[in-house]
Design a protein around this ligand. Structure first.
Ligand code: HEC
Length: 340
């Protein structure tokens, strides 16, 4: 019996000496946002932290390399999963707070935390995020899918929402990319292309090129009234038939126009290269478009293939197709696409 007691004391002393010789440290992790992801809107920033000397930890938000000392994040709530996985972790390690990413502005930013505890070196954890700001406003008070359509970018695993109406009360259109995020186990907007003052002009230039070089075949003006290859590029019909729409010729999910991705847009390939994946360069059996015309179309796609909100291009105008009103008078309350 005595032998064991002595052994226990000796062992205890060894452990004490070992920990006295080792500096106390903070062990911490930033769960969300994950590094190099797209973020938008109001999301939580969260992770866990503890000090090996059991000192209480303080956690502060960090934005673009600056610690926001007047913005402490509440810490620490229970995280059993951390206890299971990290040796020596106490139960209460969880910190979290809320960030409105729109306030940082669209583009690349770093966000994270600085963690402090008495007797320990502070720890900084930072992740790079790409902020999307639908409608270019800090807070959308109005948002609608009334004139929208959708598609899938299977290559990037994105859901595409085309022609959402955003921007506070401004009624601007935006094309959005939605992604399933593994860290949050939920979907969120990861890219937004927003209507600008010049969106209408740009689309007009693109449509003018199609009118001149394409619609003799790709519209119901073609003999028999059916567009060649089932592709109608006529004014008013073109956006819905191309943006986030699959190529009928490839039928493997490749999109004719993939917003923001001209190199993954089959229509761009068909006008820009001599030997496209299938068939011939467009316009069919005619001289290719000029470099300037190809650039105009390519840049429109690169900027997000936007259609101005409430325009004749948004799929409901240009031709009298479906649900137009019967009464031609006093129609302020229905069909208000033009003056929202
Ligand atoms: C003289 C008729 C003609 C003209 C003009 C023409 N095309 Fe075509 N287009 C075709 C034919 C025929 C095909 C199918 C065979 C092929 O791809 O070579 C086709 C196929 C296509 C496809 C593939 C459709 C799909 O669903 O995958 C695209 C995209 C396309 N054309 C775009 C254009 C564009 C853009 C223009 C104008 C710059 C244009 N075409 C002008 C005849 C025409």
């Amino acid at each position: 019996m005595k032998k064991y007691q002595i052994l226990a004391v000796v062992l205890g002393m060894l452990i004490l000496t070992a920990s006295a010789g080792r500096a106390d440290t903070i062990t911490a992790f930033l769960d969300s946002p994950a590094d190099k992801t797209g973020v938008a809107g109001i999301e939580t920033i969260h992770g866990w932290a503890f000090a090996t000397n059991d000192a209480p930890v303080s956690v502060y938000l960090r934005v673009n390399g600056t610690t926001q000392h007047d913005y402490p994040l509440p810490c620490c709530g229970p995280r059993e999963d951390v206890q299971w996985e990290v040796a020596g972790a106490p139960l209460n390690t969880s910190y979290s707070g809320v960030v409105n990413y729109a306030r940082l502005g669209a583009g690349e930013h770093t966000v994270g935390v600085e963690i402090q505890a008495d007797g320990c070196e502070p720890v900084i954890l930072e992740h790079t995020v790409m902020v999307a700001v639908p409608g270019n406003v800090e807070f959308n008070t109005a948002f609608s899918f009334e004139d929208s359509w959708t598609g899938v970018d299977a290559h990037d695993d994105h859901i595409l929402i085309i022609n959402a109406t955003t921007g506070a009360e401004m009624g601007r259109s935006a094309n959005l990319r939605v992604e399933y995020s593994i860290p949050t186990q939920n979907t969120g907007i990861v890219e937004a292309y927003n209507e600008s003052a010049t969106t209408g002009e740009t689309l007009h230039e693109v449509q003018t090129i199609f009118n001149e070089h394409c619609i003799s075949c790709h519209s119901d003006a073609y003999e028999g009234g059916r567009p060649v290859a089932g592709l109608d590029l006529a004014e008013g019909n073109m956006p819905r038939n191309t943006i986030a729409a699959g190529s009928g010729q490839l039928s493997d999910g490749t999109l004719l126009i993939n917003p923001g991705r001209p190199d993954e847009s089959y229509l761009v390939e068909k006008i820009a290269v001599d030997a496209p994946t299938r068939g011939s360069r467009m316009p069919h059996r005619m001289p290719p478009l000029s470099d300037g015309e190809i650039e105009t179309i390519r840049n429109w796609v690169l900027d997000g293939a936007l259609v101005p909100s409430g325009s004749a291009y948004d799929g409901d105008g240009g031709h009298d197709d479906d649900h137009d009103h019967d009464d031609n008078h006093d129609d302020d309350d229905d069909d208000d696409h033009g003056h929202g």
